[in-house]
Design a protein around this ligand. Structure first.
Ligand code: AMP
Ligand code: MG
Length: 461
């Protein structure tokens, strides 16, 4: 494996990570390799590529570490999380700049607590497909470079399951929880180093804490609006799963919605609906408030800083509103305006009341058949007349996807993969790479039949 390595995180103060090599596995084999991403990153692999992805071989130039972070999990403070089953191999300079290469499921680390440091096929292949689908939809995300099977069984609630490792790429793995880790330990030196490093890596035009917070507000508002525009529920928006630069990270109990329910929750552990579809903007703002709190010890004058940071965080609602209006107006073929907002609201209300499929209904707008989904609603004729006035349907099929990674197909894909059949994985991958094209097999874009419905997803361990 050859790549242009340049490991900067590993040169930061030693409090920020632990040196950690992957634990070798007994008989690795390849599950999936993303050749086009490898090419973009200037990474060349030989036939033994899965030896590197499984952690059995270490690429020349890698400097493996596991990163420190803390976080609020479902609102509860956990002072020490860290990469319990992930190892950052290092950073690679590709055609679009610097990216992290991280192995997920590569063995125990000093942060593993009682965990085994491993992952099984389920979370690995789910993240592979869903993160790549997210990228194809044009939404900032970590990406999947490759997946390898370990040849070992790991024990989970369901019983022994086949182990796998995912190699993912990301613009970095700096989380809100990374800042919280140092703030909570009162380690101001590391906090300052992390702040300086983050500015340099993600926000080079920014200088102050306020600049960073404002940028983070913009990025997170835009990310959540984009998620909601494709019916995505992250499912576990804890501060440790909240990327500083607003990219989608940590695909655990996430899912794309089928029929539209604004309060939809997928995560089996989210009993309060904290991370429900329509609660995501509030949760993003809550996470950023924790970021502001974590940065406070770096401010020179505490009282006035609290005032300024609070104002920025309170501004999230407006920034989100604008981003959301941009995303949804585009989806209905109108310019953002008071009218487009009303049209969107009525459309979503009709969809919720009719139990209409989120993706198919929006797709139908560009295909001239939206009446099929909401036509029997009492408000439909009036809405349709108003929507038709001034609508531009020309590009709608390039804005509203035909295919999203539906939960029932992901589950079916995982069950098949466990039994050695990767065909559905490969079929889904190529269809999801072109989400604005109707797939050849229309079943791939259809919502589940009643007996195929998946109502909950589990934490990604
Ligand atoms: P997640 O729910 O994947 O965001 O993980 C939350 C925390 O639990 C992180 O610190 C993970 O590194 C850790 N963790 C999750 N699964 C495992 C595992 N199998 N072994 C060790 N640590 C884990
Ligand atoms: Mg996580």
């Amino acid at each position: 494996m050859n790549a242009n390595w340049d490991n900067t995180y590993a040169s930061l103060p030693v409090e920020m990570y632990k040196k950690q090599t992957p634990t070798p596995v007994t008989s690795p084999s390849g599950l999936a390799l993303n050749n086009s991403l490898a090419e973009e990153l200037g990474i060349s692999f030989d036939n033994d590529w899965f030896e590197y992805i499984s952690g059995n071989k270490l690429p020349n130039g890698a400097d493996p570490i596991s990163q420190a972070y803390a976080g609020h999990q479902f609102g509860h403070w956990n002072p020490q999380l860290g990469d319990g089953r992930a190892i950052l191999l290092g950073e690679v300079i590709g055609s679009f700049g610097r990216v992290d290469l991280q192995l997920k499921g590569a063995g125990r680390t000093p942060w593993s607590r009682s965990g085994d440091g491993r992952a099984w096929y389920g979370p690995v292949l789910r993240e592979y497909l869903v993160s790549e689908a997210m990228h194809a939809l044009g939404i900032p995300t970590t990406r999947a470079l490759a997946a390898a099977a370990t040849g070992e069984k790991i024990l989970r609630e369901q019983g022994p399951l086949p182990g796998a490792v995912l190699c993912r790429t990301a613009s970095s793995h700096i989380r809100v929880g990374t800042f919280q880790f140092f703030a909570s330990q009162n380690d101001l030196q590391s906090l300052q180093s992390l702040f300086d490093y983050t500015i340099k890596r993600h926000f080079p035009k920014s200088k102050t804490i306020e600049d960073l917070l404002e940028q983070a507000v913009q990025k997170h508002a835009s990310l959540v609006a984009n998620w909601m525009g494709v019916g995505f529920i992250h499912g576990v928006m804890n501060t440790d799963n909240s990327h500083i630069a607003g990219i989608t990270i940590d695909y655990g109990p996430c899912a794309f919605m089928d029929h539209f329910i604004p309060t939809k929750v997928f995560s089996s552990i989210d009993r309060q609906g904290r991370y429900a579809y329509n609660n995501q903007p509030k949760m993003a703002a809550w996470n950023l408030a924790q970021l502001a709190t974590a940065l406070l010890p770096l401010a020179s004058e505490r009282e006035s800083a609290i005032k300024r940071y609070t104002e920025i965080i309170h501004g999230f609602a407006d920034v989100f509103e604008k981003a959301n209006s941009r995303v949804h107006s585009k989806k209905i073929g109108h310019e953002p305006s008071k009218k487009s907002k009303e049209l969107t609201q009525t459309l979503l209300k009709m969809m919720a009341q009719q139990g209409a499929d989120y993706t198919q209904t929006f797709r139908a707008l560009g295909e001239g058949k939206v009446d099929k989904y909401i036509g029997s609603h009492i408000d439909f004729p009036h809405w349709h007349e108003s929507w038709s006035e001034g609508v531009n349907t020309e590009d709608l099929c390039q804005i509203n996807p035909a295919i999203i990674p539906r939960n029932h197909l992901i589950e079916e894909m995982i069950n098949k993969a466990i039994n050695g059949d990767m065909e559905l994985f490969n079929t889904l991958k190529s269809a999801l790479d072109n989400p604005f094209k109707n797939p050849k097999n229309s079943k791939l874009s259809m919502p589940p039949e009643k007996n195929e419905m998946v109502t909950a997803t589990f934490c990604g361990t």
